[in-house]
Design a protein around this ligand. Structure first.
Ligand code: SF4
Length: 320
């Protein structure tokens, strides 16, 4: 099989601009992109830098952007990836600091964030010696999160990280979920408070790109939702530095309870308060010009609002 791998080349230490270097190759029909990169390095250009390890889709080391999509190079066949012209573009994933060619700073992308969520079990202090036998059912969520092999594809697809690289991101939050869902862990409230601060779980915009990208089927976006549910269940509706999250949560529920649907004007006002609401005026003006803000602003009760209100009352009676 003939294919041309167009490979991103850049050495920031040497200066200059990044280029895509074409490497025409003769490869077996079942060759993967990683096979192609190895062939280039061994036969054509020993200076090409890339990272790989298991070659079995197990370690998550060879995460790259292949034809503009995040993939594992060892699990991507050249035959299926190449264009009509027989080309495959290979470059580092987005939102990373490139060290050389296809090697990027994984410490910045993943490890520092994962370290921030304290990725170790903190047993209940009251009974540290006790053997803690768990059922299969209790361990299922933990095992699901433990399937993560830190490939970083969820962070690559994340909609928030391109705007704010300090956002913890779905990979680190999935790690946090692994411990929050572990019945042996005694630091649940502490963990939920920590990841509830700015740049944590409440900054996820639930675009579900992380779920789309995760090759292990862990569903990182859903795990972030689970973390939020767990926090709210423990009465932790925000961190100490983002109290507007709790106000947003309460206002959302109060609005739906009162009228059967969301009153966006009320939500903005109660979330941000009168002083901060002025910061939102440019957004409101743009929405008005595009016909997205009804004038005059009205928010009538929707049919069946009383029934919705009764559901709220029922749930509130059941809550501790
Ligand atoms: S959650 Fe999935 S996509 Fe994200 S790092 Fe883990 S395995 Fe990769």
């Amino acid at each position: 099989m003939q294919a041309t791998l167009k490979v991103y080349r850049h050495d920031p230490d040497a200066g200059g601009k990044p280029t895509f270097q074409p490497y025409p190759l003769e490869l077996p029909e079942d060759a993967t992109v990683l096979d192609g990169l190895v062939k280039i390095r061994e036969e054509l250009d020993g200076t090409l830098a890339f990272r790989a390890s298991c070659n079995r889709g197990f370690c998550g080391e060879c995460t790259l952007r292949i034809n503009r999509g995040g993939r594992l190079a060892c699990m991507t066949r050249v035959a299926s990836a190449r264009t009509k012209e027989g080309e495959v573009t290979v470059e580092p994933i987005r939102n990373v600091r490139v060290l050389k060619d296809l090697v990027y700073d994984v410490d910045q992308l993943l490890w520092q964030k994962i370290k921030a969520v304290e990725p170790w079990l903190q047993p209940t202090v009251s009974q540290p010696e006790r053997e803690h036998v768990l059922s299969d059912e209790q361990l299922r969520p933990v095992r699901n999160a433990m399937k993560c092999y830190y490939c970083g594809l969820c962070d690559e697809g994340c909609s928030v990280i391109p705007f704010d690289n300090t956002f913890l991101g779905p990979a680190a939050l999935t790690k946090a979920y692994r411990f929050v869902s572990d019945p042996r862990d005694g630091a649940r409230a502490h963990r939920l408070r920590a990841i509830g601060e700015p740049r944590g779980m409440w900054d996820c915009v639930h675009c579900f790109e992380a779920d789309e990208h995760c090759p292990r089927g862990i569903g990182p976006t859903h795990r972030i939702m689970d973390l939020r549910d767990a926090a709210v269940g423990m009465g932790i509706k925000s961190g100490t530095r983002n109290p507007q999250v709790a106000r947003h949560y309460d206002s959302f529920a109060a609005s739906v309870k009162a009228s059967g649907w969301l009153d966006e004007g009320r939500l903005a006002l109660e979330t941000w308060g009168v002083r901060r609401i002025f910061d939102l005026l440019p957004v409101a003006w743009r929405a008005l010009r595009r016909g997205k803000l009804p004038t005059p602003y009205r928010h009538p009760k929707r049919p069946g609002a009383e029934r919705i209100s009764r559901i709220f009352e029922k749930v509130e009676r059941r809550s501790p």
